[in-house]
Design a protein around this ligand. Structure first.
Ligand SMILES: C[S@@+](CC[C@H](N)C(=O)[O-])C[C@H]1O[C@@H](n2cnc3c(N)ncnc32)[C@H](O)[C@@H]1O
Length: 328
């Protein structure tokens, strides 16, 4: 929820957020958006670890499941995935059986189409347009069970769910890397930003891998990965890959690094993942990664590995193997 919109809504519709309301905030992007609420009466529902970390550091209680406890007010920040947005609204109606649901988003998140669809199902009290976004609210009780999202199976038999990376089909870039890592890897390694588990599943096709650390920030994706990767060699970690330290230097790291943060482009993230890989590999270790061809990772790889080459690719993607990390 944009700070400008919160302030505007509060000044125009002052009685909307009572300090005494027990409030659940679904998908807040950052602690600053929660400042209008009394922290002792606020719970944030957030599954993305780096944001949970920031919220908790600011003193905001976070949950990853909707609690049994009932709330008076729910605020929902609309994510880019429309299905996930609907699911969050469904969760809000369960958390607030009798009260107010406020939904909010920037236009780029698709909030307008979410509101349009919602208008067909419930009576919306008010819609406010401000600061390139919209805020709308409606009262409960209301039945929005049809908005509930459940995991579904895609090609290859993998389970995915709305809002996680490549939820509808295997990502074509990951598929290119997957075809390379399905043989030839051995020892102990890691998958940084493992998503729902595709790359790890391909890597584990070889029996020469002893142990594979699976690091993923989104708990929804990690939960799917646990059911997709039923293999004792995998050590799951819900966490921030940028802060992760391998227990011992690794033989290999595989990754299709993110370059978005909370729906916004952030190419620096991919470069930071390369630094993490270099730091956690043995001197003889290898990084195998795939990236969109236009992303300029070569300079950062040169600064952190003694050699690298392109193993495979297409017009859109490049698969890179970088070897012998430089220990800075
Ligand atoms: C491009 S996707 C690749 C997913 C999977 N490896 C695949 O190939 O299908 C990048 C993944 O990194 C995760 N991610 C983003 N930032 C992260 C962070 N700081 N730490 C760990 N994982 C992160 C995202 O949630 C997403 O699942």
């Amino acid at each position: 929820m944009s700070l400008e919109r919160i302030k505007f809504v509060q000044s125009k519709f002052g009685s909307l957020f009572q300090k005494s309301d027990l409030t659940i905030f679904l998908n807040p992007d950052a602690p600053s958006y929660c400042l209008s609420f009394a922290f002792e009466r606020l719970v944030a529902y957030q599954t993305f670890y780096p944001v949970v970390d920031q919220l908790e550091t600011a003193g905001i209680k976070c949950v990853q499941n909707i609690p049994e406890q009932k709330f008076d007010l729910a605020i929902v920040t609309i994510p880019k995935s429309k299905k996930l947005a609907r699911h969050f609204i469904y969760l809000a109606t369960k958390a607030v059986p009798k009260g107010l649901i406020v939904i909010d988003g920037d236009k780029t998140s698709g909030v307008e189409s979410v509101i349009r669809d919602l208008k067909k199902k419930v009576k919306i009290d008010t819609v406010v347009s401000k600061a390139h976004g919209k805020t709308a609210w409606f009262k409960t009780p209301t039945n929005l069970d049809e908005y509930k999202d459940i995991p579904s199976r895609i090609g290859g038999g993998f389970e995915t769910q709305a809002g996680v990376f490549s939820s509808d089909e295997i990502d074509p870039a990951s598929k290119l890397l997957g075809d390379i890592i399905s043989s030839g890897l051995s020892g102990t390694g890691a998958d940084l930003g493992g998503g729902w588990g595709y790359l790890t599943a391909r890597a584990l096709e070889t029996k020469d891998i002893r142990e594979l650390h699976f690091i993923e920030a989104d708990l929804r994706a990690l939960t799917l990965a646990k059911s997709n990767l039923n293999d004792e060699r995998v050590k799951f970690c819900w966490g921030n890959a940028l802060q992760w330290e391998a227990p011992k230097p690794l033989d290999f790291i595989i990754m299709n690094p993110p370059f978005h943060y909370m729906g916004r482009a952030l190419p620096r993230l991919g470069a930071d993942f390369i630094k993490v890989a270099s730091r956690n590999l043995k001197k003889s270790g290898s990084l195998l990664m795939v990236a969109n061809r236009h992303l300029p990772y070569e300079d950062i790889i040169k600064g952190h590995f003694r050699s690298f080459s392109e193993l495979s690719g297409s017009k859109k993607f490049k698969v890179i193997c970088a070897e012998n990390p430089i220990k800075l």
